[in-house]
Design a protein around this ligand. Sequence first.
Ligand code: ATP
Length: 234
Amino acid sequence: MLEVENVSTMYGRIQVLWDVSLAVREGETVALVGANGAGKTTLLETVSGMLKPASGRIAFRGKRIDGLPSHAIVELGISHIPEGRRLFPEMSVRENLEMGAYLARVWKDKQEILDRVFQLFPILHARQGQLARTLSGGEQQMVAMGRGLMSRPSLLVIDEPSSGLAPLVVDEMFRIIETLRGEGIAILLIEQNVQQTLEIATRAYVLENGRITLEGASRDLLHEDLIKKAYLGL
Ligand code: ATP
């Protein structure tokens, strides 16, 4: 579904990603694991068109997407849920959600999709008129996820959804991600909770200093020494 081949990304003259290759198959949940500053966010932003790779190739369902503007990539079915939620704080929950549906492909179905988002997140239905800035961190993350779903994506790229949330809310976030997977949506996920992430992901990649150093089935990686020592504290 998604093929990233030998991608290098620079910030000006500083190279952050080096020859990164990665794939996500239809319906698969793939985790991207790595220390702070390894380049995980940079990789997701390169996939969703916020950054343009200096070299390499990215294809989605066989069509080359590197170099396309972000809105064209969303139209094709990739939705990016950014780190830190990036909501519109002075707009209501419902208005924030509707911002995700400004696409020719989905605008006419926006009520139907909104109903589905409210089914997934009943608390957002109850709070639809409330300003986004007045929500708890967990609720704000739900709005960010819901907004990402409003474009009816087939691939969701999610950057640290549990960042700053209390443990019980983190568990809820993982349950939501599993529900989305159950709907057939492919997911590329960055998460600091490596154990929980590897338990729900099909496959995972480890990114270190901008390079992929390990990849494999998640259940195998849970037993790798590198993962145990560096990320699970074992
Ligand atoms: P974290 O878990 O802390 O978010 P990350 O793995 O997502 O880390 P990135 O945010 O992709 O890492 O950053 C990778 C490297 O690129 C870091 O060294 C960072 O300082 C640098 N970097 C990120 N954004 C910029 C920018 N806009 N300009 C210059 N350097 C940047």
